[in-house]
Design a protein around this ligand. Structure first.
Ligand code: NDP
Length: 294
């Protein structure tokens, strides 16, 4: 057995990872506790290892994708000697503390280690816009970037192995915020909206035209947050607050229950009460961080 990459854990995501390596032409070894999950991959050319130790010994790069770090540790502990001198990429979800702990153990053993986060449902893996985040020593990432690119868009965040976990949860928060905001808009523009309402699809076509503006605002506000100065640029918090009141009213008329306008009004209302009504929207970071008034 001598393959380019081994995948340990063939659940929904691990199977997709192994499938993407195969699709990209990388020779791949797979191992799963329940052997039946390896069979479709073997039919596509994967080599099935008889044990995690055999999977680790099959090549230079080992990708592990198991439900938790505890399970990953349990599965990999008999493989410690075999991992020495190889690269372990851990795409199991966990906390920053889990990632640092796993990286520390790998360092002690002499295992090259990257922690990672896959920001993709299994069916998206392998698409060029499917993001995977990595943290750990840059030379280790660079050595394997080419193979990891089979999974999508490999993004290197820095030396700290905790960075993917930190970004992962922040990005999931952004996803839920954006999707809930979008659902709120679907509810506002639907059935009894103006003109008899529009379909979610019609509303979403306009959303697509609006998103680049939202992205530009984030870029501008990010610079303000980093600088700690929040010029309004013609759109002060006073005006945001007035428009948020309209959003709340529109929701009340249609019985919309997302809770979003109330959340927005709570943050912006406190900032305006504190005398920041002439500042820009990015001033709200102080309230979101919970440091304001301390
Ligand atoms: P699944 O529940 O689909 O699969 C779990 C896998 O772990 C199975 O292969 C299972 O083996 C194996 N497993 C569970 N317990 C043990 C054990 N004690 N010993 C050995 N193997 C074990 O999980 P996913 O593939 O969905 O998720 C894996 C990781 O990827 C998780 O951390 C998840 O958060 C993360 N992730 C998942 C995404 C998704 O959309 N699915 C997206 C992004 C991240 P068996 O077949 O024998 O039960």
């Amino acid at each position: 057995m001598d393959t380019e990459v081994s995948v340990i854990g063939l659940g929904a995501l691990g199977s997709a990872l192994a499938g993407a390596f195969l699709s990209a032409g990388h020779s791949t070894t797979v191992w799963n506790r329940t052997r039946a999950k390896a069979l479709p991959l073997v039919a596509r050319g994967a080599v099935e290892a008889a044990s995690p130790e055999a999977a680790v010994g099959a090549g230079p790069l080992v990708v592990v994708c198991l439900p938790t770090y505890d399970v990953a540790r349990e599965v990999l502990s008999p493989c410690a000697a075999g991992l020495v001198g190889r690269t372990l990429v851990n795409l199991t979800s966990g906390s920053p503390a889990h990632a640092r702990d796993a990286a520390g153990r790998a360092r002690e053993l002499g295992v090259r280690y990257l922690d990672g986060a896959a920001l993709a449902a299994p069916s998206w893996v392998g698409r060029p816009d499917s993001l995977q985040l990595y943290g750990g020593p840059r030379p280790v990432f660079e050595a394997h970037r080419g193979v990891l690119a089979a999974l999508g868009d490999p993004v290197y965040l820095g030396d700290d192995p905790a960075l993917p976990a930190v970004h992962d949860i922040a990005l999931l928060g952004l996803l839920w915020s954006a999707l809930t905001g979008w659902l709120h808009g679907v509810a506002l523009t639907g059935a009894d909206g103006p003109g008899g309402g529009v379909s979610a699809t019609a509303y979403t076509a306009v959303v697509g035209r609006w998103m680049p503006t939202v992205g530009r605002l984030m870029g501008e506000y990010a610079r303000q947050v980093d600088a700690g100065a929040y010029p309004a640029g013609g759109f002060p918090l006073d005006q945001h607050l007035m428009l948020m009141g309209l959003l709340e009213h529109a929701g009340e008329l249609r019985g919309v229950e997302s809770g979003l306008p109330q959340a927005f009004l709570g943050l912006a209302g406190r900032a305006v009460e504190d005398g920041h009504g002439a500042d820009g929207y990015a001033r709200l970071i102080e309230y979101v961080r919970g440091r304001a008034g301390r």
